[in-house]
Write a protein that binds this ligand. Structure first.
Ligand code: R5P
Length: 294
């Protein structure tokens, strides 16, 4: 039986001490297969070690949200500046010309089953099989994980199945930490969720930024990319990216704060500057303003 009292106050995170025995630029993946490392290197730039993923999978449970009414119009102009498209099977195949994917990675959302009409979003299935992921040339499969939610077990079952099949074919899996209506966005919760996802075997974890984020990163043995979350002012979104990167995030998987920006084209380039070129928040914002005012 788990001794809950004995595990509640972990504190020795070894902040700033790099993961031991690392021979590959993607944390925790030094022992991955050749094909998996090749795919991870498309997602995470070997020079910066980081990734700029553009998330536009929101329609899989939200329908046509603000900024994503037309994937075919909104996403292609941003493609040049990103490392990875993160979308659904239907969104990608119907709206994104494969010729623009070029050397960009494809992160394929493979879970679905809920919608904003449900109170409980955690009851998902895996709706895209491994053959389809291979046919689509996916470099990463993404599935939602609902720790502490009514269907936690099913979402971990989904995660496990995706990892098991992905490992068979060298395609990495990204576990996406879900935050339901009642779930806290605290470091304590994110440490729990990200660590569970990593220990089940996901090669990449997506999580939200929070206070004490460095403890979440340190306790998670694989890279964390942050979700952008709800639209906030451009400067604040850039500052969140900057702080997350400073505290150990390996990039961003950002959606609304790019495609709902006053100027998505300027915003994606500013965020890219933070992710890959070590721009500070102030420098990135200046870049944003310069591009916006051209
Ligand atoms: C998670 O629920 C999905 O991947 C979202 O579509 C994605 O996290 C949203 O990105 P953002 O929060 O930056 O809009």
């Amino acid at each position: 039986m788990a001794d809950k009292d004995g595990i509640l106050n972990p504190k020795d995170y070894g902040i700033d001490i790099p993961q031991a025995n690392s021979t590959f630029h993607v944390k925790g993946n030094s022992h991955a297969s050749w094909g998996m490392k090749s795919r991870l290197s498309k997602i995470f730039n070997p020079r910066s070690g980081n990734s700029l993923m553009l998330a536009f999978d929101h329609g899989y449970f939200l329908g046509p949200t603000s900024g994503l009414e037309r994937l075919d119009l909104k996403i292609p102009p941003l493609a040049e500046y990103i490392d990875c498209f993160m979308g659904t099977r239907g969104g990608l195949t119907s709206c994104i010309d494969p010729s623009i994917t070029g050397d960009k990675a494809i992160a394929l959302r493979v879970s679905s089953g809920s919608s904003i009409l449900n109170d409980d979003l955690s009851n998902e299935i895996i709706s895209v099989d491994i053959e389809e992921a291979i046919r689509m040339n996916a470099d990463l499969m993404a599935t939602q994980v609902f720790i502490g939610a009514p269907h936690q077990k099913e979402s971990i079952d989904n995660l496990s199945k995706v990892i098991n099949t992905g490992n068979r074919y060298g395609i990495p899996t990204m576990g996406v930490v879900a935050v339901g209506k009642e779930m806290a966005r605290t470091a304590e919760y994110f440490r729990l969720a990200t660590r569970i996802i990593a220990e089940v075997g996901a090669q990449v974890v997506k999580c939200y930024y929070c206070d004490d984020f460095e403890t979440v990163v340190a306790a998670c043995p694989v890279p964390i990319v942050i979700a952008g979350g709800k639209k906030i002012p451009e400067y604040d979104a850039m500052d969140m990216c900057y702080k997350a990167l400073q505290l150990g995030a390996a990039g961003v998987d950002m959606g609304r704060n790019i495609f709902q920006s006053d100027d998505p084209f300027a915003m994606v380039q500013a965020v890219r500057g933070i992710v890959h070129d070590k721009l500070t928040t102030k420098e990135a914002y200046e870049l944003y303003e310069t591009i916006k005012n051209r």
